[in-house]
Design a protein around this ligand. Structure first.
Ligand code: NAP
Ligand code: MG
Length: 519
């Protein structure tokens, strides 16, 4: 396998899920990956089927996190650009050929996009890696997962149907699943290709039109996918992309009165702002807001199987993963053994530029690097013991945003690194005594996204999986949101609504009930 899984021996990349049966990028793209991305490219956004600059002509420089050097630029759009894009999407929804297209034809368009992404797999993986700093094998894993989304939703488009409902004599009642209309997708910078795919796949399968605002730090692959969607034959106005700053383009999009539904992945604070904006128009939202996900290791666990997965779950994508396994709870009899084994592994981890393909790449930007090193410094100051620290490769460019992985032991469950989402390669270990304490600790943060349970006791597997408050629970494994087919989303502060799998199609549509009185 060519994804991050192969290095740490864990399940494949974010969203790719469950291991050996996952498609490998090698199968899709051949063994060669060109990591060359042309310099100085001026990317355009996609509005109403055309590549356009921002109305003001203002642009944002795009830097590579591996060296901090500018290599491209994107339009800096504001509310006027957003207005044009939303109106195009609204017209495409209410008047265009899209709304008259049978579901199976929407599915065929998604399948055509799947094929085009395969043809451009090398290019997209290289672009994603350069834009976000993620190791190239993670870029490849992301392309493979992205393809699965379009493949899955291409196949699902004509399989979502309503019900007939037994009602009063003389009546027939039935339901239809109808698209919301214009869906706004606000996408973060950590897995742009994949998160766009889970939004666009489900939204377009159900017949919505789309306006996407990627993060200004990672917009390039979103633009390329929208270009490929045009090539695939999606009608003008169906798949629009507006680039710009969150506080400008993002805020204008979430507040636009012609947007019918908003889906967002990112921080809880921005999620609150977006919900407030959407609430003014009384529109529905899906919120995927991150986590502080625990892995619970009982004394009877298969530790050889668990260890590489525990490491990978926090260093994959530099820990910048909403479903990162950032807390490991260890039953007391095996605490020392697990801590020592993790220490050994952590001290060997090396961060470096994306094209060196080391254990992890840089953080996305300076702010994120400082956030991570700030959390580490504060924890050290508070006296939390550092068990091990990885390194930054000696040849890593000085301008890059590197944060070495850090392992903390015996962490106070109330400490900031135990409660808050660091979004970096920082792992906290906790000791527990028995099942009750494990569950209490697992549920002791405001988040509830993913959890891992490691035990050979079958009855305990069921008990613990049911009592942990998390949208996904993996028993004797950990999938970092894994599996395109698997519903994904949070409890508590991790958000609401579900993406991925067939279930996402419910979020991306609304039920219409029709009642016939035939006497
Ligand atoms: P963020 O503010 O939540 O950004 C996510 C997306 O929202 C980006 O596209 C951003 O655009 C946009 N945005 C920002 N302000 C907005 C507004 N007022 N209205 C509408 N859209 C807006 O995340 P961040 O500041 O980049 O990262 C901060 C922290 O968020 C991280 O350290 C991490 O803890 C968390 N995070 C979580 C996830 C996740 O997958 N759950 C992903 C990313 C970040 P711009 O980037 O262009 O401003
Ligand atoms: Mg970038």
């Amino acid at each position: 396998m060519l994804d991050s899984a192969s290095r740490a021996g864990a399940p494949a990349g974010h969203g790719t899920g469950a291991g050996p049966e996952s498609i490998t990028t090698g199968q899709i793209m051949g063994s060669h990956l060109s990591t060359t991305v042309a310099e100085g490219l001026a990317f355009m956004q996609i509005v109403d089927g055309r590549k356009v600059d921002s109305l003001s002509g203002e642009r944002i420089d795009v830097a590579c996190p591996s060296d901090g050097k500018v290599f491209a630029s994107i339009p800096a759009s504001g509310s006027a650009d957003v207005d044009t894009a939303v109106k195009a999407a609204h017209t495409a929804f209410s008047e265009g050929p899209w709304s008259r297209m049978p579901a199976f034809e929407r599915g065929r368009l998604l399948t055509r996009l799947f094929n085009l992404i395969g043809e451009h797999g090398d290019e997209l993986a290289a672009l994603e890696s350069r834009d976000t700093g993620k190791p190239v094998r993670q870029g490849k894993a992301d392309v493979a997962a992205t393809m699965r989304y379009y493949e899955f939703y291409g196949g699902a488009a004509d399989k979502m149907h309503g019900d007939t409902i037994p009602f009063l004599n003389g009546y027939t009642a039935l339901t239809l699943r109808e698209p919301h209309g214009v869906v706004a997708g606000i996408i973060p910078w950590n897995y742009p290709l994949q998160i766009l795919a889970r939004v666009a796949g489900a939204a377009l399968a159900m017949g919505n039109t789309l306006v996407v605002k990627p993060a200004e730090d990672a917009s390039l692959s979103t633009i390329r996918i929208a270009e490929l969607a045009l090539e695939a034959g999606f009608p003008a106005g169906v798949f629009n992309v507006i680039t710009g700053y969150g506080a400008e383009a993002g805020a204008a999009l979430s507040a636009h009165p012609l947007v019918d539904y908003v889906t967002f992945t990112g921080s809880p604070l921005t999620g609150t702002r977006i919900q407030q904006a959407a609430a003014v128009n009384n529109r529905g939202v899906t919120m995927e807001l991150g986590g502080k996900s625990p892995q619970i290791v009982f004394a009877d666990a298969d530790l050889d199987a668990a260890l590489p997965v525990l490491v990978n779950a926090i260093i994959q994508n530099g820990g910048q993963t909403c479903s990162a396994g950032s807390r490991v709870l260890i039953e007391k009899p095996v605490y020392e053994a697990v801590a020592t084994a993790l220490e050994e592994r952590f001290s060997k981890l090396v961060a470096g530029p994306h094209d060196a393909d080391l254990d992890l790449g840089p953080m996305i930007n300076r702010k994120q690097m400082e956030r991570v090193t700030g959390y580490v410094a504060a924890a050290e100051e508070a006296g939390i013991p550092v068990l091990a620290r990885g390194s930054v490769h000696a040849d890593a460019p000085a301008g890059g945003y590197y944060a070495p992985p850090v392992l903390f032991g015996s962490v106070d469950p109330q400490a900031a690194i135990a409660q808050e989402e660091v979004f970096g390669p920082v792992l906290s270990l906790f000791a527990f005594d028995g099942e009750e304490e494990a569950i209490r600790l697992a549920n002791s943060t405001e988040y509830g996204l993913v959890a891992g349970v490691w035990t050979r006791d079958g009855a305990r597997q069921h008990r613990v999986a049911k009592r942990v408050r998390a949208g996904q629970v993996f028993v004797n494994g950990y999938g970092a949101g894994g599996g395109i087919e698997l519903p994904f989303g949070g409890f508590k502060k991790s958000g609401h609504g579900r993406e991925k799998g067939f279930e996402a199609l419910f979020d991306m549509s609304a039920t219409k009930t029709i009642v016939f009185n035939h006497g």
